[in-house]
Design a protein around this ligand. Structure first.
Ligand code: BG6
Length: 512
């Protein structure tokens, strides 16, 4: 790994403390930071280097997955951190920043390889990128990279405008757009799941797959983010980015020699093949919902409109379920159902691939319950990949029982998403970052939905906090003869450790 200066805008902020410092620390402990490494933190507060280093240290005790145990190691890590006060709009502060970065590079005998991490609101992306260019912080003698977080725009138009602006200062291959779902360990392993298992790869088509269900349900509500969330809703907060990324990752076919170019090219092809939804068809393929008062864990919970900071007549969406179709040879005829919501009955991010049931006909006369085979990819909070098969019990009257083959279970101390992604950005590996083409195509798909929402052409369905979402989301699948899998509070996805609720047991009567 090449020597790098990590320039962090928003160094006193929440994300830095919760995610970025712990990620850097764990990379350091695992020997995955460059040998020569310097961090320059920037913020408006008048901090000294010592105050900054103490804040970083505190964040490790609070948020790191491994607590610092070795004092010498911790000090060696903290020694890399320096702080500079910066007012984002002030050119002079960038000159000061350049002088500090250069003096550290000189002291550590490093080339001017600089990674600029913008852990700040999106309204600051443009002025920062401009100032980086104008101040000469990007040096011709080294490389420069820009790491930014969602939201990348508010709609198609603003996303394009933002990208055009950033492109004036950074080339596409220098821009690393973080979508933290792409950093999740199980998502990163989808690629090798196919590559290492020709059996799975062979089944990965519309010949054998009936439907694909992607769920990201959350039990939390809007929390303290009313000001942000009431303007974006589930469609922009989760669907346009995280969920469409999961769809791309689930739908791509990868050759054995896949490279980051190939992965991203294939993802783009999936987005291009996604059948657009016209504004007047949105209601037929998409359910929008908002949570009302309900109860969770036996306690009453307020409805969305009663949450602090939310407009009492808000029409914002806190739930989306949609049916999408990919019009290519592999996926024609296979619905992809995508769903996300706040204040649902449980926190679960998963992909369930339901296979077709050629056996069903043959066994339909018997008492035996033959359930469809399922590939269950549990992304969070548990992490596992299991294949559910049917096993005939011995004896003349034995029925079918599901068995779960554990294809992968991640150790509980696996790196966090930010650790994976920051490590990749430092290496310059863009595989698990969103390319502009993907982002643009995602906004293109979503734009008619935003227009239809804006004009209030799509009913806003209420669902009780703590429930599975609006009934219409079940109806969406029932129209096609399917149902959502693993939906009840106690019906956890099967994983090797059997954690997260009750053991999964197939109930033949619950089948569609
Ligand atoms: C964020 C959204 O991007 O993802 C949040 O802004 C959401 O609203 C979060 O809660 C969910 O992430 P995770 O990793 O907890 O599934």
């Amino acid at each position: 790994m090449e020597p790098t200066t990590f320039v962090l805008f928003g160094a006193t902020g929440d994300l830095a403390k919760r995610k970025i410092y712990p990620a850097l620390y764990n990379l350091f402990v695992r020997g995955k930071l460059p040998q020569a490494f310097s961090v320059v933190g920037l913020g408006r507060r008048e901090w000294t280097d010592e105050v900054f280093q103490a804040a970083v240290e505190r964040s490790l005790y609070q948020f790191s997955r491994t607590e610092p145990a070795d004092e010498a190691q911790l000090n060696a890590f903290l020694e890399a951190f320096r702080y500079s006060v910066l007012d984002i709009g002030k050119e002079e502060d960038y000159r000061k920043l350049l002088a500090l970065v250069e003096s550290r590079e000189k002291a550590l005998d490093m080339p001017p390889n600089r990674l600029f991490y913008l852990s700040v609101g999106p309204e600051h992306f443009e002025p920062i990128a401009d100032n980086i260019r104008n101040s000469g912080l990007g040096s011709a003698n080294g490389w420069k990279r820009l790491v930014i977080e969602k939201p990348f725009g508010h709609d198609l138009k603003s996303a394009r405008a933002l990208n055009a602006k950033l492109s004036e200062s950074f080339a596409e291959e220098e821009i690393f757009r973080i979508d933290h779902y792409l950093g999740k360990p199980v998502v990163q392993r989808l690629e090798s799941l196919q590559q290492a298992n020709p059996v799975i790869q062979a089944l990965w088509t519309n010949r054998y797959i009936a439907n694909v269900q992607i769920t990201a349900s959350e039990s939390v509500g809007v929390e303290e983010r009313a000001g942000y969330y009431d303007h974006v809703g589930a469609i922009r907060d989760m669907f346009q980015n995280h969920l469409l990324q999961l769809l791309m990752m689930a739908a791509i076919h990868l050759p054995f020699d896949s490279t980051s170019e190939k992965v991203r090219f294939k993802k783009k092809k999936i987005m291009e093949a996604l059948v657009p939804v016209q504004r007047d068809e949105v209601s037929a393929h998409l359910v929008r919902g908002q949570y009302a008062a309900g109860s969770m864990g036996g306690k009453p919970v307020a409805g969305y409109k009663e949450e602090p900071g939310i407009a009492p007549d808000s029409r914002n969406d806190t739930f989306i379920a949609a049916r999408l179709r990919i019009d290519n040879g592999d996926w024609r005829g296979v619905p992809f159902y995508i769903r996300t919501g706040k204040r649902m009955n449980k926190k679960s991010t998963r992909i369930v691939v339901e296979f077709k049931e050629p056996l069903k006909q043959a066994w339909s006369q018997s008492e035996d319950g033959v359930a469809p085979n399922l590939l269950v990819i549990e992304i969070g909070p548990g992490e596992s990949i299991t294949l559910r098969l049917n096993n005939k019990e011995p004896g003349a009257h034995g029925g079918f029982k599901p068995i779960h083959i554990d294809l992968h279970s991640t150790p509980s101390d696996s790196p966090e998403a930010y650790e994976n992604l920051i490590g990749d950005a430092l290496k310059g590996d863009p595989t698990f970052f969103a390319h502009w083409d993907e982002v643009e195509l995602s906004w293109e798909w979503v734009q008619p939905v935003l227009d239809a929402f804006e004009a209030d052409e799509v009913p806003l369905r209420e669902y009780a906090a703590g429930s599975r979402g609006p009934a219409e989301s079940d109806a969406l699948l029932a129209e096609d003869g399917y149902h959502w899998w693993f939906d009840d509070e106690n019906d956890a996805t099967p994983n090797s450790e059997g954690k997260e609720g009750a053991d999964y047991a197939y109930n033949a009567n619950a089948n569609h």
